[in-house]
Ligand binder design. Structure first.
Ligand code: HEM
Length: 119
């Protein structure tokens, strides 16, 4: 099933682009204390592509081995918190603080660490 394996890697590219938009955007707008445009789309892209990759890997449709479900559960939890923080910032732009932006950037960086270092 090489097509599904290719799809998996295309999703991985979108996954990386998705959270990179969030992290890069938040760092760029931190001083202005506003959420960057595209942050919501970025984190939703990371979330949806992540879940789809897990589906393709667990079902065996993509030839990439079994995902580590404990690692995935922790990443999913962190990503859901990031999503909630971004949604909060989009809903109430006047209440965006450096703390909120720092938490979004920090938790996104934490997930990069978990993704790469958890072996
Ligand atoms: C802020 C959120 C997230 C960040 C920063 C992030 C970061 C990353 C990074 C850096 C990789 C590449 C790892 C490598 O190839 O060595 C990756 C891969 C992956 N991510 Fe995420 N991720 C996030 C959310 C999620 C979520 C919510 C899921 C699933 C529910 C998920 C599932 C996966 C899978 C299946 C892979 C490919 C397999 C692996 O290397 O573990 N990710 N992610």
């Amino acid at each position: 099933m090489w097509r599904m394996t290719t799809l998996y890697y295309v999703l991985l590219v979108l996954h990386l682009v998705g959270w990179a938009i969030v992290l890069g955007g938040v760092l760029a707008t931190m001083r202005d204390r506003v959420l960057p445009r595209g942050a919501l789309h970025g984190i939703l892209t990371a979330l949806v592509t992540g879940v789809l990759m897990v589906g393709l890997a667990s079902s065996g449709a993509a030839d990439v081995g079994e995902p580590d479900n404990t690692k995935i559960a922790v990443k999913l939890l962190v990503a859901v918190v990031v999503t909630a923080l971004v949604v909060q910032g989009v809903r109430k732009p006047a209440k965006v603080t450096n703390g909120l932006l720092g938490a979004i950037a920090g938790l996104t960086a934490l997930n990069v660490g978990i993704a790469v270092l958890w072996r």
